[in-house]
Ligand binder design. Structure first.
Ligand code: 6SG
Length: 210
């Protein structure tokens, strides 16, 4: 039995970064898919702390909140910087990813048709802070903090990939971010995951917008 179970909707949503992390780290996990119909029946929601998914189990530890799950995996699997100072920088990037993910989610779920153009226009300003640290990291060929991979890298990769689907040329003026995505996506286990049915057949968002 794999030690990890992920309970989530049949979309990539808030779980694709943890999927990429686990796949890249050679971990296996069990997936429990909750359909919208099941969720709307309402029996599961009150059992979830905060009333939302994902739910994550690591043996007898149950967690909610995707970023707590990512950080837990970072701590357990050595993906949280080489020391406390790097850990603080990993947190900084991860909170930055969360801020943009929330803006993206608001646009996707609230009023996609109306808001998409303005969102894409403002995107360069929101992407720039993720490129800024990369010159210290072998021109985008290494990782976002220090010289080892962290949970924030998986979260950032997912964020950049979903934005490239939204606006295919959004990274064109960010050579280091483009190199980072290319290099990271070519890691053998990431490449295999990104071409697997579990990734390809899962819509990015629960409402089908992307
Ligand atoms: C939504 O937002 O798919 N969880 C979502 N929604 C259900 O009743 N801060 C935490 C975290 O980082 C955020 C959790 C996250 O873990 S994911 C959740 O549980 C709820 O609140 C995005 C997504 N949304 C679409 C969706 C399909 C089924 C449930 C949510 C039915 C259709 C739309 C809403 C209800 Fe729906």
């Amino acid at each position: 039995m794999p030690p990890y179970t992920i309970v989530y909707f049949p979309s990539q949503g808030r779980c694709e970064a943890m999927h990429m992390l686990l796949a890249d780290q050679g971990q296996s996990w069990k997936e429990e898919v909750v359909t919208i119909d099941t969720w709307i029946q309402g029996l599961l929601k009150p059992t979830c702390l905060y009333g939302q998914l994902p739910k994550f189990e690591d043996r007898d530890l149950t967690l909610y909140q995707s970023n707590a799950i990512l950080r837990h995996l970072g701590c357990s699997l050595g993906l949280y910087g080489k020391d406390q100072r790097e850990a603080a920088q990993v947190d900084m990037v991860n909170f930055g990813v969360e801020d943009l993910r929330c803006k993206y989610g608001t646009m996707i779920y609230r009023n996609y048709e109306n808001d998409k153009d303005d969102y894409v226009k403002a995107l360069p300003g929101h992407l720039k802070p993720f490129e800024t640290p990369l010159p210290q990291n072998q021109g985008g060929k290494a990782f976002v903090v220090g010289d080892q991979i962290s949970f924030a890298d998986y979260n950032l990769l997912d964020l950049l990939l979903i934005h490239r689907v939204l606006a295919p040329d959004c990274l064109d003026n960010f050579p280091l971010l483009s190199a980072y995505v290319a290099h990271f996506s070519a890691r053998p286990k990431i490449k295999a995951f990104l071409s697997s049915p579990e990734h390809v057949n899962h819509p990015i968002n629960g409402n089908g917008k992307q």
